[in-house]
Design a protein around this ligand. Structure first.
Ligand SMILES: Nc1nc2c(ncn2[C@@H]2O[C@H](COP(=O)(O)OP(=O)(O)OP(=O)(O)O)[C@@H](O)[C@H]2O)c(=O)[nH]1
Ligand SMILES: [Mg+2]
Length: 249
């Protein structure tokens, strides 16, 4: 059972810069990822609406920060609201260097200061996962203690076996990157203790900096929509069917 609120999502605002964001109340989840990865398509399939977010074959289509409200008719003076946010894609080659730098700074400000932001859905084309831009995004979120969930989208482009293998590989890479970091204490003058053996007991991740989670997705074939909903329900604090095994971590 999917929460019917998603189907009722409506476009409320396209903000050209972070200066024009709607009030910072309630809960929101942003979709980030490389240009053309499939962010807008993911939002459409998650909300069960064909043309809520604009999809295009031309990279760089989404240039504003677009807000989709799940609860229409809200009283804006109350601290409420549940929003999905479609961010402009990163890594779009045709954008001037200065524009890219401005956007990067604005994005970091948004990630670091937006109180209602509960987590980031990072959308990656399964055929090109974890590009340097994606790694940078994950690092930025990790340091901002912002939870991340990766949609490996366009899974329909690979065989089931190849998609599963990529999923495992991405999981391994993320565990190595973000758990190993926690295993190595700050360097204090060398000696064997400065770099404990990898088999040393892993310290649990910091409470507010959870490891990224990852799942397969396809907007075209409707793969992974329930898993994505479960993660969104958790972040947006919506009631969800109880099935703890359904989200792949
Ligand atoms: N085969 C397949 N194609 C997809 C899927 N999702 C998106 N696409 C295609 O990928 C292209 C880009 O999709 P968008 O959703 O516009 O991508 P975006 O990340 O929002 O792109 P920007 O707004 O430019 O950053 C379009 O041609 C989509 O039809 C999918 O799951 N499978
Ligand atoms: Mg888009």
């Amino acid at each position: 059972m999917l929460n019917p609120l998603y189907r009722r999502a409506t476009f409320t605002l396209g903000a050209p810069t972070v200066a024009y964001l709607p009030p910072d109340s309630g809960y929101e989840v942003a979709f980030a990822g490389r240009s053309n990865a499939g962010k807008s398509s993911a939002i459409n399939s998650i909300t069960g609406q064909k043309a809520l977010a604009r999809v295009s074959k031309t990279p760089g289509r989404t240039q504003h920060i677009n807000f989709f409200e799940l609860e229409a008719n809200l009283d804006p003076t109350l601290n409420q609201g549940r929003r999905l946010v479609d961010l402009p894609g990163y890594g779009y080659a045709k954008v001037a260097h200065s524009v890219k730098e401005q956007w990067q700074a604005a994005l970091e400000e948004y990630l670091n200061t937006r109180q209602s932001l509960q987590g980031l859905m990072i959308v990656m084309d399964i055929r090109h996962p974890l590009t340097p831009f994606d790694q940078q995004m994950l690092d930025t979120c990790h340091h901002a203690h912002l939870p991340t969930h990766i949609l490996l989208t366009k899974a329909d482009k690979l065989s089931k076996g190849a998609a599963g293998a990529t999923l495992q590989q991405v999981r391994r890479t993320l565990t190595e990157r973000y758990q190993t970091e926690k295993l190595i204490p700050p360097f204090r003058g060398g000696g064997a203790l400065a770099h404990p053996a990898p088999e040393a007991t892993p310290s649990p991740p910091e409470d507010d900096a959870p490891l990224p989670t990852v799942q397969l997705f396809s907007a075209l074939r409707g793969i992974g929509i329930e898993d994505a909903h479960r993660k969104l329900d958790e972040w947006l604090k919506l009631p969800t069917p109880s099935d703890p095994d359904a989200i792949n971590t």
